[in-house]
Ligand binder design. Structure first.
Ligand code: NAD
Length: 289
């Protein structure tokens, strides 16, 4: 059984991205720039934003952190996004979600210029992805495809089962897996699926993004399957300094006995998400220069 090392793949890709960013700077005088907007003080969001800024600095990119109070209005946020759309030092704009309840996430996300939408969340970008036009691939789903390839699996003709149908993971993963370049046959399962195990047992690769620990267990797998565990769940654990540990959606121990390869949590999909954000920011800077 192989552990698919997301940290290692992320480090390899980040080294390539840093070298490409340096070349862009040397050849065209352009430093890829990412604006990260955080509204409020949600602790998980603060730590995600800090990690994104650190990753930018390590890749030789410029990042502009804009922290706004919880009381920020939707109009103020829209005005800021508009200003950044026109700022030539900024190639990518990221609005950390969730936003406070009085602001409509969708209105703000769709205000981001598609050529700066490095999260790949705008309706224009999602539509372009669906019909196979040039776009920015959403970071977590793109990272998942890279991890499956890194595990040594050629997806063409394979059966992939995706558990989850969210707009940020399940649906886009299913789209990317079934694109002609990837050529997998995809089954998408969700809370309306009857007898989940009857589908997962047919799968060569299972991507589980349900947000519930223990959704996938070893008895639900075909021997030799590849498992990509997207879930991040906090499990209470008083023996840990923070009072919790992280667990994925797959029961690691039982799945590891049956699978050929599996991503750990943490250290699997997580490191790839920020890496693909850097990838998109570099790409945005290249397209703009
Ligand atoms: P979500 O809650 O929006 O969607 C979960 C989906 O899973 C739903 O579509 C639901 O139908 C399906 N589902 C839930 N329980 C199920 C079950 N028992 N059987 C079949 N389907 C079931 O969640 P999300 O935003 O897609 O995130 C999923 C998980 O991935 C979360 O734990 C989240 O924290 C994690 N996540 C991780 C990263 C990362 O970078 N590592 C990024 C995004 C999300």
């Amino acid at each position: 059984m192989e552990i698919i090392d997301g940290k290692k793949l992320a480090a390899n890709l980040r080294a390539e991205i840093a070298s490409d960013a340096a070349a862009l700077k040397a050849e065209k005088g352009v430093t890829p720039g990412l604006a990260v907007i955080l509204v409020g003080e949600n602790p998980a969001s603060v730590s995600y934003v800090t990690a994104k800024e650190k990753a930018c600095a390590e890749a030789g990119m410029y990042s502009r952190e804009i922290r706004l109070p919880e009381s920020t209005t939707q109009e103020e946020l829209l005005a800021l996004v508009k200003e950044l759309n026109g700022d030539s030092a900024i190639h990518g704009i990221l609005v950390q979600l969730p936003l406070p309840k009085h602001i409509a996430d969708k209105a703000v996300i769709d205000a981001i210029a598609p050529e700066k939408d490095v999260d790949g969340f705008t309706a224009v970008n999602v539509g372009r992805m669906l019909i196979g036009e040039e776009c920015f691939l959403p970071c977590t789903p793109h990272g998942i495809i890279k991890l499956i390839e890194f595990s040594g699996m050629d997806l063409a003709g394979k059966h992939a089962v995706v558990i989850g149908r969210s707009n940020i993971v399940g649906k886009p993963v299913a789209v990317l897996l079934s694109r002609k370049e990837t050529n997998a046959t995809v089954t998408m399962c969700h809370t309306g699926t009857r007898d989940l195990a009857s589908f997962t047992r047919q799968a060569d690769v299972v991507v589980v993004a349900a947000g519930r620990p223990g959704t996938l267990t070893g008895d639900m797998l075909k021997p030799g399957a590849v498992v990509i565990d997207v879930g991040v769940n906090r499990i209470k654990d008083e023996t840990r300094p923070k009072g919790f540990r992280l667990a994925g959606d797959a029961d690691f121990d039982s799945c590891a006995k049956v699978a050929r390869a599996i991503t750990p949590v943490p250290g699997g999909v997580g490191p790839m998400t920020i890496t693909m954000l850097l990838w998109n920011t570099l790409e945005a800077a290249k397209r703009a220069s």
